[in-house]
Design a protein around this ligand. Structure first.
Ligand SMILES: Nc1ncnc2c1ncn2[C@@H]1O[C@H](COP(=O)(O)OP(=O)(O)O)[C@@H](O)[C@H]1O
Ligand SMILES: [Mg+2]
Length: 359
């Protein structure tokens, strides 16, 4: 078989830039160099694109952007180019053909459909969800509404635009107190990695929480707090042909599963499989695939749930179209536990990109 050229895109103009560096380092290390030629394209936090020819350590340590050989480079939207346009030192430009793009970008501008639109224009196959599915899953208000219409159980919620709150905060605060039981979770509709999320037990503290969320997005979601286990299911495959992994569980260390737990402290404990009755785990797997197909996901997504302590109700929390992907992240660990090692998982994802029929 001919070697395929895989363009791994890392970094990104997102609050989850650092998380991407961790996920992408791990992916680059685990891609089989016998089968793939790897091209690394970095995007700085302020949105500049560079073809990076240094080693993985430079990505891990976030020093890659200073590498002297970096060249400005971008994916051409022109279908005839089918690759990267690289601006060379002598003022000319060159083209590097790409067989498949592997975007390892979390959050805004990477997981929300924006860059997927460019991939679509380029005609180059890419790993993961398309523009629409990415955008839908990224926006917690939109995803909630669509899933609610399919009778998928979720926390009671409401959403509003931050500028409406700025214009009449009291009215919105009253509505929250009238409709939802405290504690509530206040979240930016479009964010990730728990950035900008606050658990609010006291209505007096709503205002500060909403203002914080508003710093991260123009749309805000408020949800009733769920008391229960936090569990996750990894879905793999293109829409209609996807499979669910076994279910994993997070034993959060802090008040909730926050950014530091996820990436810094290593404090959160993972239980694989989750501590659940088999029927509940099966219900989660089925619901995960149903939600995945409904929102039009391709390639991969991690579908997150709560299972309530009292009634053992399965409640969908969110769908992450580009979940954390270090070797200790839940998504690859769940597949590992199903007998799909990390390197093989990457090949399956690339396979999905190459066989997707919507391009
Ligand atoms: N409705 C809720 N009830 C209880 N805990 C919640 C709720 N919403 C969020 N959390 C907690 O906050 C964390 C982050 O929220 P989440 O909606 O998953 O946002 P993110 O996209 O940042 O991961 C969750 O992993 C969970 O620990
Ligand atoms: Mg989450």
């Amino acid at each position: 078989m001919m070697k395929k050229t895989v363009c791994v895109i890392f970094g990104g103009a997102s609050s989850e830039y650092e998380v991407s560096l961790m996920s992408s380092s791990s992916i680059i290390r685990n891609l089989d160099s016998e089968k793939f030629d790897i091209v690394t394209l970095g995007i700085t936090k302020d949105g500049r694109w560079f073809l990076y020819s240094g080693d993985v350590a430079g990505i891990e340590s976030n020093t890659w952007a200073e590498h002297p050989d970096n060249r400005p480079a971008f994916i051409s939207p022109d279908k005839g180019t089918s690759g990267l346009v690289i601006l060379e030192k002598d003022g000319g430009c060159s083209i590097r053909k790409i067989d498949v793009i592997f975007p390892v970008l979390h959050g805004k501008n990477g997981e929300d459909g924006t860059i997927q639109g460019l991939f679509q224009l380029s005609g180059i196959p890419y790993v993961g969800c398309d523009t629409a599915a990415s955008a839908i899953c990224m926006d917690k208000a939109v995803a909630h509404s669509l899933l609610a219409s399919a009778n998928i159980e979720q926390a009671h919620y409401l959403w509003f635009y931050a500028d409406r709150y700025a214009a009449n905060g009291e009215k919105i605060r009253n509505k929250i107190s009238a409709r939802l039981n405290f504690p509530v979770f206040v979240k930016p509709a479009n964010a990730g990695s728990s950035v900008g999320i606050t658990k609010v037990s006291d209505p007096e503290k709503l205002d500060a929480a909403i203002r914080l969320a508003a710093e991260n997005d123009s749309k805000i979601v408020v949800e009733e707090g769920i008391v229960g286990q936090e569990v996750e299911c990894a879905v793999l495959g293109n829409r209609g042909r996807s499979e669910a992994s076994i279910v994993g569980e997070i034993g959060a260390a802090a008040e909730f599963y926050d950014y530091d737990d996820k990436y810094k402290n290593g404090a959160a404990q993972l239980f694989i499989p989750a501590r659940l009755d088999p029927e509940i785990a099966e219900e989660i797997r089925k619901t995960a695939v149903r939600a995945y197909n409904l929102l039009g996901c391709d390639g991969l997504s991690r579908v997150d749930f709560f299972v309530t302590t009292k009634e053992k109700k399965v409640i969908l929390n969110e769908i992450n179209t580009l979940p954390g992907f270090t070797s200790i992240s839940m998504y690859p660990k769940l597949w590992g536990a199903c007998g799909v090692p990390y390197g093989e998982l990457l090949e399956k994802l690339i396979g999905c990109a190459l066989t997707r029929d919507t391009l």
